[in-house]
Design a protein around this ligand. Structure first.
Ligand code: URP
Ligand code: ZN
Ligand code: ZN
Length: 465
């Protein structure tokens, strides 16, 4: 099957250029000046006219939680529904987190996540591994995970008694990461201090969702980020701070990067567009916005956009972890600490970030860099993913920058009963999506299938060699 995408503007991390793209089977065969490919190849089966459109490498969402057991329930998207929603929004690869439960092994965890995902995904997928039980066996098993293409390990300085790791445990895992060239990803919030603030709020009868934000102050994200960076420095380990939300944490990352330390960070659309005001919405509506770290006062957003421009923030992922308002968020009515932590977002990352282009916060090329090229490099997928070039997988998005759309739970494809962006009017819209050459979205319809997505055994991060 050969597809020719004609007359579009190809946008890579290096810039935009008028070019045609020929797809042959699962890969990109050629990228050439407009018109050059028209007669160069026989048997073009399908021509896509991209006049006035951007032709982008498919988005890579490096932080999702499908079917994740958490807070006494499980995130609402399966790998099938979540990857389908991702495709609708121009994301053609996800990297999801396999979660080690205490007392279980990393290898059994990896098998379990394969059981959930294999044969069910509409787009390609990889895994990171969450280590919640640091011991000799799990440290040794990190090596087998790496051999199996799972070479990034998330640890938590938050959630004591659940995922929390002590500084000593973090140090041990970081030493192993240094030894193996793998990456430690950190949820950086001081969970021990936060738990005291949470207990005090509940005891004082302050139980509304906004208290989730007030009991997790940005200083405790900044402190934990700084501490993680120092542990990484002592051990020589590379460090990737996940879901960075505040200027306090950003300052710690920027300081480390300025000294040449291998510290990277991602933020998420919810921190760029939503705020503590949303957590304070009345009638328990604020529960829709409970995630950790929490949404911050609006003025942090200016710093985060600046961080994206200066590359102190190198990636935007969603931390997609949806829980339905009815039945799931409800678990925390009367006690905010029981609201399952997490928000939906996998479908709208590309579109929301495009608003940053529209409003002059980031350039067109930077949009592609933070949403596709850098995640590919960071997590060992480049140049197979993250770039429109000959030889790359034909994961391609034809994007209409002039179209408009209104986000709503009534029309989105995520398996969750609310939208955090209900009624928001956005400029730009995904028109056509190819995953390894197969059309999965076009003409407003889904043409993909569960099981098309393949597991991606990832190379080591290309930022570390
Ligand atoms: O609230 C969040 N972020 N839920 C997902 C789990 C995590 O910490 O990433
Ligand atoms: Zn986290
Ligand atoms: Zn997460």
């Amino acid at each position: 099957m050969r597809t020719l995408i004609r007359n579009g503007t190809v946008v890579n991390a290096g810039g935009a250029v008028a070019a045609d793209v020929l797809v042959d089977g699962e890969t990109i065969a050629a990228v050439a000046a407009p018109g050059l490919l028209d007669t160069a190849f026989d048997n073009i089966d399908n021509v896509i006219d991209a006049t006035g459109k951007y032709v982008l490498p498919g988005g890579i969402d490096a932080h999702t939680h499908m079917e994740m057991p958490f807070g006494g329930t499980s995130s609402a998207d399966t790998f099938a529904t979540g990857t389908t929603a991702a495709a609708w929004g121009g994301t053609t690869t996800i990297i999801d987190f396999a979660v080690q439960a205490k007392g279980t092994s990393l290898l059994a965890t990896m098998d379990k996540w394969h059981e959930k995902a294999d044969g069910n995904c509409a787009i390609d997928y990889g895994f990171h591994m969450i280590i919640s039980d640091v011991n000799d066996t799990s440290l040794k098993e990190m090596e087998s995970c790496i051999d199996a293409g799972v070479n990034s390990f998330k640890m938590f300085m938050a959630y004591p008694g659940v995922f929390y790791a002590t500084d000593g445990e973090i140090l041990l895992a970081m030493q192993k990461a240094t030894e193996t060239g793998s990456m430690i990803m950190m949820h950086a919030e001081n969970g021990i201090a936060i738990d005291q603030l949470v207990a005090q709020a509940i005891a004082a009868g302050r139980t509304d969702p906004v208290e989730h934000g007030l009991t997790r102050p940005p200083e405790l994200e900044g402190e934990a980020t700084h501490r993680a960076i120092q542990l990484a420095k002592v051990t020589g380990a590379p460090l990737y701070i996940v879901h960075l939300s505040s200027r306090h944490a950003l300052a710690a990352v920027a300081e480390a990067r300025n000294t040449g330390q291998n510290v990277f960070a991602e933020t998420c659309p919810q921190y760029l567009f939503l705020s503590l005001d949303d957590l304070a919405r009345p009638d328990f509506e604020g529960s829709k916005f409970v995630c950790s770290p929490p949404l911050r006062p609006k003025d942090h957003q200016t710093d985060l956009w600046r961080g994206l421009r200066t590359n102190d923030l190198s990636v935007v992922s969603t931390d997609h972890c949806p829980f339905c308002f009815k039945d799931q968020k409800e678990l925390g009515r009367g006690d905010f600490s029981k609201i399952p932590n997490g928000m939906p977002g996998v479908e709208h990352r590309m579109d929301l970030l495009h608003q940053g282009v529209v409003h002059g916060e980031i350039s067109l090329a930077r949009w592609v860099e933070i949403s596709s090229a850098t995640p590919a490099r960071m997590f060992g997928l480049y140049p197979r993913k993250g770039v429109i070039t000959a030889g790359a997988d034909a994961d391609i998005v034809v994007y209409d920058p002039a179209a408009t759309q209104v986000l709503s739970a009534a029309t989105h494809h995520m398996n969750v009963d609310y939208s955090a962006y209900e009624g928001w009017e956005l400029i730009g819209r995904v028109e056509t999506v190819l995953s390894r050459g197969a059309i999965v979205v076009s003409d407003g319809a889904f043409h993909g299938r569960e099981g098309h997505g393949r597991f991606l055994s990832r190379e080591l991060s290309q930022y570390l060699v």
